[in-house]
Design a protein around this ligand. Structure first.
Ligand code: PGA
Length: 243
């Protein structure tokens, strides 16, 4: 891990700093193809994004937003569905909105929905940027421990801690399976921003950054990527060996 790829930001300005950076990317490339996560970590970023975009007289109108992952078995519109969350937090707050590529799990078979997301990524020239949260178990998207570095976009069985997180987001009973952009597609992106905030992520961030590169911590598999940037707040960075 080089110093340049790890950035520690005060918790109070985390959303603003990352939103500013994403808005800068939109200015540089209005046709940005960006894969975005749900979960709690990116919420401050999404809250600040409209102001950051407006401050630069920029727009998401030419951008494509690809959903990182989705639960299976929840009805369309369910409040814990990843597409519902990303529409509410990003797409519907953008005027005009970006093109949105969710997993079409309502009309297509899950493997077909995965193939359609991969096809949309390819049709748009590949992902410029993937923004990731860090799972308590080291997952990225729903690439759970054990996922190979070349794992495709696919149907996955959710780890116990991921199911519990889903319950916390309002899916009760939580789903057992999901679909996720795979490790291969994440690693093929030009840039990857891995976000981690709060003391609850300190131990897994330390394993991700300072531990061995291992399929047991899928986020660690991204360390060789030249475009990886890890952005953590003070609390999440507290257990890191190198500051
Ligand atoms: P969180 O989830 O942002 O709600 O902590 C991250 C993840 O599990 O990927």
């Amino acid at each position: 891990m080089t110093a340049a790829s790890l950035e520690i930001v005060p918790a109070a300005s985390f959303g603003e700093v990352v939103a500013a950076r994403l808005a800068d990317r939109l200015v540089a490339r209005p046709s940005l193809v960006v894969c975005l996560p749900t979960g709690r970590t990116p919420l401050p970023l999404y809250e600040r994004l409209p102001a950051a975009v407006a401050a630069r007289s920029a727009s998401l109108a030419g951008a494509t937003v690809v959903l990182l992952d989705e639960y299976l078995g929840l009805p369309a519109g369910h409040g814990a569905r990843c597409d519902t969350v990303l529409r509410r937090e990003v797409i519907d707050r953008s005027d005009p909105p970006p093109r949105f590529v969710p997993f079409d799990v309502d009309r297509a078979d899950p493997p077909e929905a995965c193939a359609a997301v991969d096809a949309a990524i390819a049709a748009n020239g590949g992902l410029d940027l993937v923004i990731l949260g860090l799972g308590a178990n080291g997952h990225v998207g729903m690439n759970e421990p054990g996922a190979a570095p070349d794992a495709p976009t696919r149907v996955v069985e959710l780890a116990a801690s991921t199911r519990e997180a889903a319950r916390g987001y309002g899916a009760d009973p939580p789903p057992s399976h999901g679909v996720t952009v795979g490790m291969a597609a994440i690693a093929a992106a030009r840039e990857i921003w891995l976000l981690a905030t709060g003391t609850a992520k300190a131990a897994i961030l330390a394993r991700t950054v300072d531990g061995p590169i291992s399929v047991e911590v899928p986020a660690s598999l991204l360390r060789p990527h030249a475009g990886l940037r890890i952005i953590a707040d003070d609390a999440a960075a507290a257990a890191l060996r190198r500051r």
